[in-house]
Design a protein around this ligand. Structure first.
Ligand SMILES: Nc1ncnc2c1ncn2[C@@H]1O[C@H](COP(=O)(O)OP(=O)(O)OP(=O)(O)O)[C@@H](O)[C@H]1O
Ligand SMILES: [Mg+2]
Length: 154
């Protein structure tokens, strides 16, 4: 487990950029945290870093899914807040994403038990005053290994 403090949004941007080289196709990044804590902001910086553009990365609040191409793999950015029932994720093509894309999932609890354990990194964002605390944790052996050697400098 790793905890990193972000005092500003630029720190959040640096944390997202630091995570980018760790990502592999098939990874699932579950973003946990309350409304407005910064799940989309973190995803936006990660996507902009991976696509090497300052492109618009809208919140998938209403579309539930936005897909981005990078040189390495597609990124599927989900916001499941408005998902009616867990099985509705199949209609979003989530199984394809799990095979060869990287999935960023906001409100992953909406998938219930359909949220896989394998290849999953859990990022929890907490607010403490104006500070955001990012906690990176995983039950997946490959991710534990990656996190153990990960150095984040902000
Ligand atoms: N250090 C920080 N990291 C991330 N966001 C920050 C930070 N400081 C301030 N913010 C602001 O906090 C807000 C985070 O909103 P964002 O939409 O990313 O939250 P969210 O967790 O995705 O919310 P939702 O649950 O509605 O999807 C943005 O307005 C952002 O500018
Ligand atoms: Mg969001």
């Amino acid at each position: 487990m790793k905890t990193v403090k972000a005092l500003t949004e630029t720190d959040t941007q640096k944390i997202a950029a630091a995570l980018a080289p760790l990502l592999q196709p098939g990874d699932i990044v579950a973003l946990w945290g309350t409304l407005g804590v910064g799940k989309t902001a973190f995803s936006r910086y990660l996507i902009q870093h991976m696509t090497q553009t300052a492109q618009d990365v809208p919140s998938p609040t209403f579309t539930l899914l936005q897909v981005y191409d990078t040189d390495a793999f597609p990124i599927y950015h989900f916001d499941l807040y408005r998902l009616d029932k867990p099985t509705d994720v199949y209609e979003l093509g989530i199984e394809d994403a799990f095979i060869d894309a990287v999935s960023l999932i906001e409100w992953p609890d909406k998938m219930g038990r359909l949220l896989p354990k394998a290849n999953r990194l859990d990022i929890r964002i907490n607010v403490d005053g104006t500070t955001r605390l990012f906690t990176f944790d995983s039950a997946d052996a490959s991710w534990q290994k990656r996190l153990n050697t990960w150095q984040v400098t902000i």
